[in-house]
Structure formats: structure tokens, C-alpha cells
Design a protein around this ligand. Structure first.
Ligand SMILES: [Zn+2]
Length: 270
């Protein structure tokens, strides 16, 4: 091999490693439909005869020193809807999309996962003990309920309009059973004027002690995909919620090392 050709190969390898080139794994799918979690290596490992090289362009990294294409650190807790650490947003639907919690408990007329329900009761009691009015406005919503809600908005405002006010089914954090909307009974429920109430201030300050964070903070819609919702609290557990606050991360996405999810565009790599 001459020096010029070797140099060109090295350059191509460097570009791939830097992530500047399109991910070859994301390019035209190879004949056997790849599942979300099965890398191409499984076919090779199983000894199945493969017909021809997989990627068609460029020198595919395939030697022993090749950089693995996949994230070397699996983060199943962020993907598993049963985990308290799961992150659901416009680019990370629940998997499966119609997932439902195995258990739910009633808290003042609304359903939450048992861990979140116990914490919500404690939070309500602590706020009221300090004279802060608080009530639950919304808790768990099933895939079917979210489908109906979203379809109603689409009928009224079209799909683009619906997306500004309602999560698509399978993409709502309320479907995890870990999200709760709170209000103060004043008529500002789920409205901008909830901001500035004693209740909004109290839950922002004391929520983390009980395991809840304000999931859609002011000015972070470019990351979370939602405008400021001081009423929407997400249960993470006291340890993780307080860790998020201490970390200085503005959002759950940032804290979890995930890319911004401003809209329903093509899924971000996991
Ligand atoms: Zn909400």
C-alpha cells in the first residue's frame, strides 16, 4: 500500500471516530431487520453465514482495535419504564409505548405508582402543615386516556397545534405513574398564573426532599420539549432528586446525560 492511500484511510478513520460522518449503523439497514438492541455482531457471533460486507461505504472498522459503535455503558434504568430513573420525553417514548405500571395507588382521587403515592401524601401533608394550600390536579394517565386526549386536541387544532399542548400517547410522563400536577385550588391550575403562588414556590423548594423535581423548568423547553410547568412534578426518589439539585443540572435530560429533546424529530441515538 502506498503512503498516499494509507494516509487517506487514516483520515477517513479519524473522521468516523470523531463522529463527523453519518453513523454507518444508521444508514440503509442491512437485509436482516436490526432490532433496537441487537448489533450486527450477533450474526457473526452465531456463525450464521453472511452474504457480503455489511456497510457499503468506506473502510468499516472491523479489526480488533476498532472502536465500538454502540454506547459501551448501557443505561437500562433510563430506558426501563419500571425504573424510578426512567426518562420519557418527545424523543424517548415509553417502551413499549402502551406500558402501564404494575401497581397504582389512589392519592386523593388520583393514581400514582406506590413509591410516588407515598411520597405525594407526605409532600401534601408537609405543605399543609406550613399553611400552604395544595391539591393534586392530575396523576397517572394511561396510554388509552392520552390517546383520547391527544386525538381531541388534533381534531381541534391539527397535529402541530396539538403537539404544543398535549403529549402524544406513549410520550407522556404521566403514563409512568411518576408524574403529578399540583395546584392550589385558586383557579390557576395548569395555567401560567400558578407561577408566583406560594404553592409553586413551596414545591420548587421542598419537592426534592420528598423526591419530586419540577420537571419542566423555566427557559428549558429547548431541552425538555415543554414550556415552563411549575405544577408538573416528577418523582425520582429523594436521593436522586436531591442529587439532581446539587449537581446544578437544569433538567432531567442534562442530569441523565441525555441529549435535548425539543420536539418529535428523528430519535436521538441512545
Ligand atoms: Zn403534568
Amino acid at each position: 500500500m502506498d503512503a498516499v492511500r494509507a494516509g487517506a484511510l487514516l483520515l477517513a478513520a479519524a473522521v468516523l471516530a470523531a463522529g463527523c460522518a453519518p453513523d454507518p449503523a444508521g444508514a440503509p439497514p442491512a437485509p436482516p431487520a436490526p432490532s433496537a438492541t441487537t448489533p450486527a455482531t450477533s450474526a457473526a457471533a452465531s456463525g450464521a453465514p453472511t452474504s457480503g460486507p455489511a456497510p457499503s461505504s468506506g473502510p468499516a472498522p472491523s479489526g480488533p482495535g476498532a472502536v465500538p459503535e454502540r454506547d459501551p455503558q448501557p443505561r437500562p434504568d433510563l430506558d426501563d419504564p419500571a425504573s424510578l430513573a426512567v426518562v420519557v420525553n418527545k424523543q424517548r417514548p415509553l417502551d413499549p409505548q402502551d406500558w402501564a405500571p404494575p401497581a397504582l395507588e389512589d392519592v386523593e382521587g388520583h393514581l400514582l405508582r406506590p413509591e410516588a403515592a407515598a411520597a405525594a401524601r407526605a409532600l401534601l401533608a408537609a405543605a399543609r402543615a406550613e399553611g400552604v394550600p395544595i391539591r393534586i390536579v392530575s396523576g397517572y394517565r394511561s396510554y388509552a386516556e392520552q390517546s383520547d386526549t391527544y386525538a381531541g386536541w388534533v381534531a381541534q387544532k391539527g397535529r402541530a397545534g396539538a403537539d404544543t399542548v398535549s403529549a402524544r400517547p406513549g410520550h407522556s410522563e404521566h403514563q409512568t405513574g411518576l408524574a403529578v400536577d399540583v395546584g392550589d385550588g385558586s383557579g390557576c391550575e395548569l395555567r401560567e398564573c400558578f407561577d408566583g403562588t406560594a404553592t409553586a414556590a413551596w414545591v420548587a423548594e421542598h419537592g426534592p426532599e420528598h423526591g419530586f423535581v419540577v420537571r419542566y423548568p423555566w427557559g428549558e423547553h429547548g431541552t425538555t420539549g415543554y414550556w415552563y410547568e411549575p405544577w408538573h412534578l416528577r418523582y425520582l426518589g429523594p436521593e436522586r432528586a436531591q442529587e439532581l439539585v446539587r449537581s446544578g443540572a437544569a433538567t432531567l435530560e442534562e442530569f441523565s446525560g441525555l441529549p435535548p429533546a425539543p420536539d418529535y424529530g428523528p430519535p436521538a441515538p441512545r
